[in-house]
Ligand binder design. Structure first.
Ligand code: PLP
Length: 378
């Protein structure tokens, strides 16, 4: 079986497993305890915090460990709901992950304005600059890269505009971190990440907040994380996350992702050549090197492809994992202007650092075979 669903989750890499085991064996204490066991745990925790802060270019105290990005994203939206009060309005891009989208709807209802995207799946900068010149929302949220299409958003540019207007800027960088250089992310006010997208364990992530700012906690209880997130920190999985990120940062520094981008591009070219009627979503935009969102040939619904490819030995996805199994048009493709009949044809192929050129080539062969099964005689 060849795995092409890294945007849903990635296998836990060896370095991360080893780091988890080493910390589990060596560190028995609770980082909040005063004794030596506790202090040893506290040191490991602050080392991890310093490491992540150094990668992102922020202060270690700006980082709050969380159970993942869903929690981190909910923390941000909840914080602004409290801070802005009943009249506050926030703007979120129309292609955000459900954990940003739904929590915004939950806390802000009609006071959420959707930032439109172009047909290529990138935030409409003309719209945004024109609207921001007139109105000042309490928060602007635009993800760094989209999980379904891989389209990279102009988050640096949006951040600068927001800074000029003194509007807090939040980016969900879950799909970006571990695939692209993270350094400048620290400039954003709020940034979320999750380990399991880049080879760390599931159930751990973080939120970066502005330096010396306060955060209304979502979880109440102990005073962990500077009183911003209650609950005993799981140092072993945090260490495992940092071990994974360290490997990814080195690979990115060596530009190893560029070659992988070429393999992906070759796959797309072959896909279009062998399966007429297929198109690539967001083809004209800078995209993550690992992601292909393709509209499969006319008349074929995506679940057929996913099920048949699974039988043929390829794990692919209908889009975001959270909508898997529901053959409904994705809100991302709808926001890009695709009609429901087109959007139900989308299949996502997402590779990882472990994916080889031969894997991409095998996928092409699998697709050609599946196409022949779906349309015998064609
Ligand atoms: N944000 C994006 C862009 C994602 O792709 C995901 C996971 O698919 C999440 C947030 C949620 O992450 P988690 O499931 O780790 O909480």
């Amino acid at each position: 079986m060849i795995y092409f669903d890294y945007n849903a989750t990635a296998p836990v890499m060896r370095e991360a497993r080893e780091a988890w085991l080493a910390v589990t064996e060596r560190i028995a204490g609770n980082p909040s305890s005063m004794h030596q066991y506790g202090q040893k745990a506290a040191v490991a925790l602050s080392e991890a915090r310093e490491q992540l802060a150094a990668y992102m270019g922020c202060h270690p105290q700006d980082i709050i460990w969380t159970s993942g990005a869903t929690e981190a994203n909910n923390m941000v939206i909840h914080h602004f709901a409290r801070k802005l009060g009943p009249a506050g309005e926030i703007w979120v891009s129309a292609i955000e992950h459900p954990c940003v989208f739904d929590s915004s709807q939950f806390y802000f209802g009609k006071r959420v304005r959707l930032i439109p995207v172009t047909r290529d799946g990138v935030v409409d900068m003309d719209w945004l600059t024109a609207e921001l010149a007139d109105t000042r929302p309490g928060l602007v949220a635009v993800m760094a890269a989209n999980n379904e299409t891989g389209v990279i958003q102009p988050w640096r540019e949006i951040r600068s505009i927001c800074e000029a207007y003194e509007i807090p800027f939040f980016t969900d960088a879950v799909q970006f971190i571990g695939k692209m250089p993270v350094k400048a992310l620290g400039e954003c006010d709020y940034v979320s990440g999750a380990a399991h997208k880049f080879g760390g364990p599931r159930g751990v992530g973080f939120l970066k907040i502005p330096h010396r700012s306060t955060l209304t906690p979502l979880l109440h209880g102990g005073k962990q994380e500077g009183g911003r997130r209650a609950g005993t920190e799981n140092i072993a999985i945090i260490a495992a996350m940092m071990a994974a990120l360290t490997v990814r940062e080195k690979q990115i520094a060596r530009n190893e992702h560029l070659l992988r981008g070429i393999w992906r591009d070759n796959f797309e070219r072959e896909l279009l050549r062998h399966l007429p009627g297929t198109s690539i979503v967001g083809a004209n935009q800078p995209r993550l090197w690992n992601t292909v969102s393709a509209l499969m040939p006319d008349g074929d619904r995506k679940l057929q492809w996913v099920i048949r490819l699974d039988k043929a030995g390829f794990a692919v996805s209908t889009g975001s994992a959270c909508t898997t199994g529901k053959e409904e048009p994705s809100h991302v493709l709808s926001a890009m202007g695709y009609k429901a009949a087109q959007a139900v044809r989308s299949v996502r192929y997402s590779a990882g650092w472990e994916t080889t050129e031969a894997d991409w080539e095998a996928l092409i062969k699998g697709l050609i075979k599946t196409q022949a099964e779906l349309h015998p005689g064609k």
